[in-house]
Design a protein around this ligand. Sequence first.
Ligand SMILES: Nc1nc2c(ncn2[C@@H]2O[C@H](COP(=O)(O)OP(=O)(O)OP(=O)(O)O)[C@@H](O)[C@H]2O)c(=O)[nH]1
Ligand SMILES: [Mg+2]
Length: 404
Amino acid sequence: MDLLDNWTTVEDFEQIQKDTKEFIAQTGIAFLSDFIRIKSNEWKNANIQIGIFGESGSGKSTFLNTFRGLKRGDEGFADQGYKGNTTKKATKYTIKDNPNITFTDGVGCGTIQYERGYEYLKSLEIENLDFVLLMSNKNFSQDDAWFAREIRKMGKPLFFVRTKFDEILRSAKVDGITGQNIYEEIVTVCAENIKDSGIPTTSIFIISNYDPSVGDFDKLIHAIFKTLTQNKREALLYCIPPLSHQVIKEKKVELIRRANRVAFLSAAGAAIPLPMLEILNVNMLQGEIRFYMKEFSLTEEIIKNTCNKLKIVQKELMSLLPHFQSLLMEGIREMVLKSIQSVLAEKTTEVMAKRFLKFIPFVGTILSSSITFIACLKMLHKEIDELEKEAHTLLDKVIENLKL
Ligand SMILES: Nc1nc2c(ncn2[C@@H]2O[C@H](COP(=O)(O)OP(=O)(O)OP(=O)(O)O)[C@@H](O)[C@H]2O)c(=O)[nH]1
Ligand SMILES: [Mg+2]
């Protein structure tokens, strides 16, 4: 599959084509960069409400902190406690950068505070939630199975999350258990507990909040994102750090989609007869690359903090991230210009542009707009690829150091 196949499989292609045509007809092409900005920021209007429930001590608050990449002392950190009963009443957390996203750190039923029943369910305002996570650090209880059935009746996506998998693995080791599939055994036990709730086993996820690299953390992330609509998926992804390899992959998918949109809209600008490098809005492309860098946690500030936390020398870490290093040393603007020029010199660019002509009817079938589109597309995809690779490298390094 090449870049164009990738583009033409994007489901919002026709919509964006229609919107762009309408915008140009009403407002004129001169304001196209505003339109690109509006389109790229649409996700900011998406409203997401997430509910996390389960018994005291099951790891709800810890999950929330891990998911959002928060450490003790950070704004919005949810108090976690080994004694239990730490979060005494349901607490709502909104994201500083995006107040449209709310996490409810709830209290489970069957606790001192709440008995199962209609009153409890009503207090949770489930109807407003996008999805529900039900956590347990032991076998799921009858209360959990009841809760799951009720949530299911309301048609809300529900994920059963068995936390503290790291503890299980440690205990198994102490008990001298080897060669058995501990993971499979835990899934079987959990499935047995909830078999009457009608919830499929595929909704069970065995995770460690301390270490997203073990168990089903990645699978859970993927399942959550699959239930969300486009704008909600983008909004939620952009508010969490690249905490696991799956999150990095999910981010890449969304960024590619974003790049496709930006490249497509840039092509409309090529209707103005100017030399190529003047047509291209280099500031905007620069902003896009900054956005990708932030999404992959590749910024000077984050790298500095990571080195301090892991007690590693910055130079050593930077040597693993050559692309990021060259973006810093040469400057993003220079890299954009260099990259566009090299893309324009590639033979395939014009060939692809000719193939693509039929897709850009709104500016007439002029080759320059098609070439602009392909050049932007190739350049942005290349940047996303390089930065994604280095985000995985950075994550591996963090995991390796935390395990030392
Ligand atoms: N080993 C291990 N410990 C965990 C995990 N998740 C949470 N913990 C610990 O378990 C304890 C309870 O976690 P919390 O996040 O406070 O649990 P909670 O569900 O919010 O509990 P309440 O607020 O009392 O309802 C804390 O000491 C956490 O550090 C995990 O996956 N593995
Ligand atoms: Mg709590």
